[in-house]
Design a protein. Structure first.
Length: 146
């Protein structure tokens, strides 16, 4: 850089480097966003399970989380709040014990002693990513993983 500013060569070099960075970084952004949506959705399903377990224990009565596999909507029975999965994210399946459902409405029950139905909810993205949220039947505690 001289006393009066940048030379044309220096400006062209900076623009070329910025262009190369854009070519490398921009194609990976949509996958990153979809991956973040997938992780966030699995986390919300886990949080809903945790809330249902907490309500079952504190109210000393059964509570259920209902999943509508067609619409992607889920919520705790008896609670006005419902959650809907974001665009390009879907409920792929819900397994209760040995039975797996890929369509329809499925309920996962939580009991006053803290236990629950053995369940696994698979959340999937359009790009093929999948995460499972599992409920331990003895403790009723939910965890996420692949």
């Amino acid at each position: 850089m001289g006393a009066r500013g940048f030379s044309l060569l220096e400006l062209l070099l900076v623009i070329a480097i910025a262009g190369l960075l854009a070519v490398v970084v921009l194609p990976s952004l949509p996958g990153t966003l979809e991956s973040a949506r997938l992780r966030g959705s699995a986390g919300e399903v886990r949080a809903t399970f945790t809330l249902a377990r907490t309500l079952a224990v504190s109210e000393s009565r059964n509570r259920s989380v209902t999943f509508d596999l067609g619409s992607g909507e889920y919520g705790i029975d008896g609670d006005a709040r419902k959650w809907l999965l974001p665009e390009k994210i879907r409920l792929a399946s819900v397994r209760l014990g040995d039975a797996t459902a890929e369509r329809g409405v499925v309920r996962v029950r939580f009991y006053p002693d803290g236990s629950a139905d053995e369940a696994e909810v698979e959340v999937a993205s359009q790009d093929g990513g999948k995460l499972q949220v599992r409920v331990d039947p003895l403790t009723g505690i939910a965890g996420e993983g692949t």
